[in-house]
Design a binder for this molecule. Structure first.
Ligand code: NAG
Ligand code: NAG
Ligand code: NAG
Ligand code: NAG
Length: 340
């Protein structure tokens, strides 16, 4: 689909929903936020002691904010922080902390998003639907039906299904299409389940242009986006999400379901940050090493002088703190539409 068309259709959808909700009073107390997904939304759900995935709890992650590793795949904030900020809410507690400290009721909600989680059950990481199972069995009974109905859901994959598929099969980009269909179906089933549990307000994020991610643009030494990647992953995925969300609006009679257009927001933010901004700040210095890799206490990664000037933080798929802030500027009005 033509991207300008896609964007204007999204805006039209948002405006329609805004109209439908106009006249509802704003809640005086901020509603809880429940987050499902993977690294773009994860605020600390990987275990710091899990040696298979040490990176977001190891240097140099978190060096811009809070100044030490904080379990986020960024030098600072990630999408969940940005959404909370724009909506004037408070950060939901990571589910890992809820489990560890015993589950009291978290007034600001719970973040289940875990880096590496896929939508389909295909990797060794728990899937997003198992995050929803954890919400159902451990968390939802602590809230009244009214609180669940006013709560906001953020559902955000970072494309892990596709990257896992490319990394573990010898398949090429051209064979990804059927996977986008199945991922789209499972996302709908996940949202239907959450609606059935009493949640009513949903944000569903698009994927950003896959070809601009360092994992794709490295082959071209970060000189530009690789359109083959974008056309094979983000475009069919987002078209599927768009169609499915249109269908769900009929089913979610009492609900609101808004799209977070990370495709347009990343594109606009990347052109704002300019040429050179596609090169990640933190990169492995040897083939096979990544941002955060260490051998015998020696860092096997290099850092750029100023992360503020780069859109991407690490050499996989993750924006910098500055990158997410630019994305946030793009998202302000569409996020605020959920309050109407
Ligand atoms: C943000 O939230 C705080 C506390 O919940 C409230 O006092 C304040 O008025 C809110 N600000 C805006 C701009 O909504
Ligand atoms: C667990 O609770 C303690 C105090 O009760 C608090 O200091 C700590 O931050 C909590 N753990 C997490 C990871 O939230
Ligand atoms: C874009 O990606 C495809 C698939 O990985 C690759 O074959 C092609 O050479 C890439 N193009 C550029 C300009 O890097
Ligand atoms: C919408 O919610 C209201 C109040 O919670 C309820 O009375 C009504 O039956 C619901 N309508 C539909 C179509 O589910």
């Amino acid at each position: 689909m033509d991207l300008t068309l896609l964007t204007s259709v999204v805006i039209a959808l948002v405006l329609t929903l805004v109209d439908a909700r106009r006249g509802h009073a704003l809640d005086s107390v901020a509603p809880p936020l429940f987050v499902f997904g993977s690294s773009y939304a994860d605020t600390g759900n990987l275990s710091p002691t899990d040696k298979t995935q040490p990176y977001p709890w190891a240097k140099p992650y978190g060096e811009t904010w809070p100044g030490a590793p904080a379990g986020r795949y960024s030098d600072g904030h990630v999408l969940t922080d940005i959404v909370v900020d724009i909506l004037n809410m408070s950060l939901p507690t990571p589910f890992r902390s809820v489990k560890r400290n015993g589950s009291s009721k978290e007034p600001h909600g719970v973040n289940f998003a875990t880096s590496g989680s896929t939508i389909l059950t295909s990797s060794s990481m728990p899937s997003v639907s198992s995050q929803i199972d954890a919400f159902q069995s451990n968390i939802m009974s602590k809230y009244t039906p009214q609180q669940l109905a006013s709560a906001i859901v953020l559902y955000c994959t970072s494309g892990d299904d596709y990257f896992f598929y490319l990394a573990t099969s010898s398949s090429s980009l051209s064979s990804i299409y059927p996977l986008t269909v199945n991922v789209g179906k499972q996302i709908s089933m996940d949202l239907v389940k959450l609606y059935g549990l009493g949640l009513r307000k949903f944000f569903v994020a698009y994927l950003p242009p896959s070809g601009c991610l360092p994992v794709a643009s490295s082959a071209n030494r970060y000189k530009g986006c690789n359109d083959t990647w974008t056309r094979s992953i983000a475009v069919p995925h987002n078209e599927r999400i768009f169609k499915n969300v249109l269908g769900l609006r009929h089913y979610f009679k009492n609900g609101t379901i808004l799209l977070i257009d990370l495709f347009s927001a990343f594109s606009a933010a990347q052109s704002e940050i300019g040429t050179g901004g596609l090169q990640p700040c933190c990169m492995g210095t040897i083939v096979g090493m990544r941002c955060g890799s260490v051998s015998r206490a020696r860092a096997l990664y290099s850092l750029c002088p100023s992360p503020n000037t780069q859109f991407y933080w690490d050499d996989s798929i993750h924006p910098t703190d500055a990158g997410w802030k630019l994305v946030g500027n793009q998202l302000q009005s569409s996020l605020n539409a959920i309050k109407k």
